[in-house]
Design a protein around this ligand. Structure first.
Ligand code: PMP
Length: 306
């Protein structure tokens, strides 16, 4: 159940949480024609700070492009509305969900005169895969579902409809007793999690599937690549990773705005490394949390303060 309450921003107005409703014949509900973001704001000594808001806005507008969706609000308007949303809802830390979708007008697949409706919501959301997951890692299953190929849909656009694949993979994993899935791409190489990018550590070097592997261009992925390089790691971020390489990795971890940096301790029935959070994962996870909680003062340009 949603933990949220308060107000939601819809098409320029703040409305009560319970009144943020839409028509059942909304285009996006029928055809998955929406695009969205998942963003975190952290409670820091300098107040509430949205992490990499500008990059999330970039991706939000980029995701709308292949669907020819006109978002009638400027970056400045969306930023101002989000800051006011956090303030009105008294949120010190939050998960923020910007959404744009084809609304109510006609129900042909062609959206024709359907409006592009835009909403912003925010609510408290703790560790996506649980606090224990951050410390001890999770057990994951390689899904029997493949990720849609980037030749079939733009996988670099964060599109609502594409998340049926994430649901199928994630629920299959959970039915089998695992916390999350790893999804292979059409070629059978490692793509990502249902809502996370994946990293592999081997012999002190770091590997993550390249953008041509049908993945989302994750903002946490980019953050972790930068943090790792700053700490002297060699990061290979344009590679293919075969399924078998998962088993022989020293360490594996997921990244995502929701999942943050989550260690993976087991894949199917194979223990990864020592079966605990590995040292490189721990170093980068600590660097990540120190950064987002502003315990360090680096990369201040990545923060938008309320
Ligand atoms: N891949 C998919 C499919 C996702 O849904 C997400 C979450 N947005 C990610 C990767 C991670 O991206 P980010 O770090 O930008 O949240």
């Amino acid at each position: 159940e949603m933990e949220g309450s308060g107000t939601i921003w819809m098409n320029g107005e703040f409305v009560d949480w319970d009144d943020a409703q839409i028509h059942v014949l909304t285009h996006g509900l029928h055809y998955g024609t929406g695009i969205f973001e998942g963003v975190r704001a952290y409670d820091t000594d300098e107040g509430t700070a949205i992490f990499r808001w500008e990059e999330h806005l970039d991706r939000f507008f980029a995701s709308a492009k292949p669907y020819d969706m006109d978002i009638d609000f400027t970056r400045e308007e969306l930023t101002e509305a989000t800051l006011e949303l956090l303030d009105r809802n008294d949120l010190e830390s939050a998960y923020i969900r910007p959404l744009a979708y084809y609304g109510y007008d006609s129900l042909g697949v062609s959206p024709k005169d359907c409006p592009t409706d835009v909403a912003l919501a925010a609510w408290p959301w703790g560790a996506y895969l649980g606090e224990d997951a951050l410390e001890n890692g999770i057990e994951v299953m390689v899904s029997s579902w493949r990720k849609h190929a980037s030749s079939q849909v733009p996988t670099n656009a964060k599109t609502t409809g594409l998340y049926v694949n994430s649901l199928l993979a994630g629920e299959e994993a959970r039915r089998n007793g695992y916390a999350e899935a790893i999804v292979l791409n059409k070629e059978g190489n490692v793509a990502e999690g249902p809502g996370e990018n994946i990293f592999l550590v081997r012999d002190g070097e770091i590997f993550t599937p390249g953008l041509s592997e049908s993945i989302l261009d994750g903002i946490t992925r980019n953050t972790v690549i930068e943090l790792a390089e700053e700490r002297g790691y060699e990061v290979h971020d344009n590679v293919s990773i075969s399924r078998g390489e998962l088993n022989t990795a020293d360490e594996l971890f997921f990244t995502g705005s929701a999942a943050e940096v989550t260690p993976i301790r087991q894949v199917d029935n194979v223990t990864i490394g020592e079966g605990t959070r590995g040292p490189v994962t721990e170093e980068l996870q600590t660097a990540f949390f120190d950064l987002v909680e502003r315990k360090t003062d680096d990369h201040d340009e990545w923060f938008t303060y309320v």
